[in-house]
Design a protein around this ligand. Structure first.
Ligand code: ADP
Length: 636
């Protein structure tokens, strides 16, 4: 087949443009990336050869070789891994399938210091393409294990690349970089040794430096997770994390343990310190690599890590799973199931310990991954991890708007007589703090949890209570202030305590003429109109009736088109507000005129607007406001 010239995917071309112009310092990561790819390629072939040993031919010993040719100014990274055929070369080295690519490129291109995108490249990990930081031309020759024909790929990293048949190609991949004028340093063996030592010592495949397979090995070539802890440095751990996680931040938490007994396995897991770009990908896949007795089986083994711990990175190496297990059957395997339980419990323990011993680190972890952990409260239908997860929960509150608190903190400072964990859900804490529904709570010094993750509405309805204290929404049902005030002896001394005597009974009776009138006026738009115990400043607010869907949850469901009809709400009005008082006086005098009707509707629309809802009827709202304003201006 003749040479074929093909264009890079548009994102890759943009990325290459950024990469090629990166500053000199920090460019040595290109070697780490190429070695990392070669090690993965060896791992993948080792796995395939378990069932098809013929793939190894006469070359069963995996290795990665680096060779330099100072005259030709080339550096090559050569592996005898799985290799790539023509289609794979085109697909893998011409596109980026990873989610978040476009976002990353926009960020990198728009960065304040666009000439130094390395920190961003670091976070994203541009992999193979980082070769163009040091090379003006890259040639890849590859033959896939089990195939006859080798293929060659060549590019100057501008807009296109050329693919052609390779004359002769051993199994695996050879990546040759034609170095830029300013990249001489990568032609010296000392420099290469140093880079390998810095970034790639943990690679379990031998790395040789020289012209053939007798060349000396320059790494330790032992699976890092199998080394005793005392022999692993912080740097080793960090670089290993970069390799397995494909992300280049510092790990926020590292857990390394070996389990023996009923189950034998080793795990080396990391919690990243920044959010991976695919964290909210609908697949919710994790990226913890599964090994069986040092043989790589798969990344993202379904069922190994629950989706709500998908931010974990690292390796689990089992001694118990059979080596010939097929990836497809894994999920059904009872050993994998038990492994998942053990890893989940231990990972949660590590998080608990971190929360205890390093609250600042934990705060960062919670900030990044709290919303994912909360999915566990929802997913974990058996409730196995519920209490642990609730213990890990952090949230801002009306009294602690900046410093997240735990449920234990919250319960520890509940008011006498307070028997519920009060919360409000919404899109952001700032808006929530100003919600009219929390006025009465604030006035009584009752702390309200401000929950702003979409998942909050869902888990909270599943969980129900923590340490026998029910979760109660401030925007739903009655706020039992009367009961509370009484129990605490704060306000009232009458004898009403039972649930059948809700807080607003007295004021309801007082407001009766106004409530009757408003109910008649607004009957199509609201479920009920009641006197409010929760308002102290605002004139009106909307709440969900006791058995109804909470308001923010309704909004979320409507956004996902999962709710055909709006739920009718209860309009609460504040008996102490001057407007309500004035309306009451008119109602008592039997004045059911247009002014009263307008005011009733405007109160409702005002409450709707505060909930982020449009007025009930925008045209009528505008006409009513118009009439009212005209009247008031004329009165002046
Ligand atoms: P990543 O490694 O993050 O997937 P890269 O751009 O580095 O991204 O590589 C893209 C893909 O190209 C890899 O996922 C792999 O399938 C393939 N690849 C790269 N280098 C090699 C290699 N030495 N041997 C086999 N496949 C490779």
């Amino acid at each position: 087949m003749a040479e074929q010239r093909l264009c890079f995917q548009a994102e890759v071309a943009r990325l290459l443009d950024i990469v090629a112009n990166a500053l000199y310092s920090g460019r040595d990561v290109f070697l780490r990336e190429l070695i990392s790819n070669s090690a993965d390629a060896c791992d993948r072939l080792r796995y395939e050869a378990l069932t098809r040993p013929e793939l190894l031919d006469s070359d069963p010993a995996f290795r990665i070789r680096i060779s330099v040719d100072p005259k030709a100014r080339t550096l090559s990274v050569i592996d005898n891994g799985i290799g790539m055929n023509r289609d794979e070369l085109i697909e893998n080295l011409g596109t980026i399938a990873r989610s978040g690519t476009a976002d990353f490129i926009d960020k990198a291109a728009g960065a304040a210091d666009a000439s130094n995108p390395l920190s961003l490249i670091g976070q994203f990990g541009v992999g193979f393409y980082s070769a163009f930081m040091v090379a003006e031309m890259v040639e890849v020759t590859s033959r896939r294990a089990g195939e006859e024909q080798g293929w060659s790929w060549r590019s100057d990293g501008k807009s296109d690349f050329v693919v052609s048949e390779a004359e002769q190609s051993p199994r695996g991949t050879c990546v040759t970089l034609y170095l830029k004028q300013n990249a001489d340093e990568f032609l010296t063996e000392e420099r290469i040794k140093h880079i390998v030592h810095t970034y790639s010592d943990h690679i379990a495949v031998p790395i040789l430096l020289g012209e053939d397979d007798t060349a000396p090995m320059i790494n330790r070539a032992k699976a890092l997770w199998m080394r005793p802890k005392s022999e692993i440095s912080e740097d080793d751990l960090r670089e290993f994390y970069h390799h397995v996680a494909h992300s280049f931040d510092e790990p926020a938490l590292t857990a390394h343990w070996h389990a023996e007994g009923r189950m034998e396995y080793t795990a080396l897991l990391f919690v990243p310190s920044s959010r991976p770009l695919d964290l909210f990908d609908p697949k919710r896949a994790h990226r913890v690599r599964l090994y069986v007795k040092r043989v790589f089986i798969t990344e993202a083994a379904q069922g190994l890590i629950p989706p709500w711990l998908r931010f974990l990175r690292g390796v689990v190496d089992s001694e118990d799973l059979p080596l010939n297990i097929s990836r497809e059957m894994l999920q059904e395997d009872p050993i994998l199931h038990r492994l998942r339980g053990a890893i989940t419990r231990r990972a949660l323990q590590e998080l608990e310990r971190c929360a205890q011993d390093k609250p600042e680190t934990y705060a960062n972890i919670w900030d990044n991954f709290g919303s994912v952990l909360k999915e566990g409260l929802y997913d974990d239908t058996g409730g196995e991890y519920r209490d642990t997860l609730l213990g890990l929960l952090r949230f801002r509150t009306t009294t602690s708007p900046d410093q997240p608190v735990s449920l234990t903190d919250y319960i520890g400072r509940m008011k006498p007589g307070q028997d519920a964990i009060w919360f409000i859900t919404g899109d952001d804490a700032q808006t929530l703090k100003r919600s009219p529904q929390i006025e009465g709570f604030r006035a009584r010094g009752i702390e309200v949890a401000l929950l702003t993750d979409p998942v909050d509405d869902f888990w909270i309805s599943m969980v129900g209570a923590f340490q026998d204290k029910p979760f109660r929404s401030v925007t739903r049902g009655d706020a039992d202030f009367v009961k509370m005030d009484m129990d605490s002896g704060a306000k009232r001394d009458d004898k009403k305590t039972d649930e059948a005597a809700p807080a607003q009974d007295d004021s309801s009776r007082d407001l009766a003429p106004l409530l009757t009138l408003m109910k008649a006026t607004l009957s199509d738009a609201v479920k009920d109109v009641r006197a409010s115990a929760r308002l102290t400043e605002s004139a009106a607010c909307l709440v969900a009736d006791g058995g109804d869907l909470d308001m923010h949850l309704e909004k979320l469901l409507r956004m996902h088109k999962q709710l055909p009809d709006p739920v009718k709400r209860v309009l609460e009005i504040n008996p102490g507000h001057p407007l309500v008082q004035a309306m009451l006086t008119r109602a008592q005098q039997g004045q059911a005129d247009q002014h009263m009707t307008d005011s009733a509707w405007l109160l409702l629309d005002q409450a709707r607007i505060l909930e982020g809802l449009p007025p009930h009827d925008a045209a009528l709202f505008s006409a009513r406001l118009d009439r009212l304003l005209t009247g008031s201006v004329q009165d002046q």
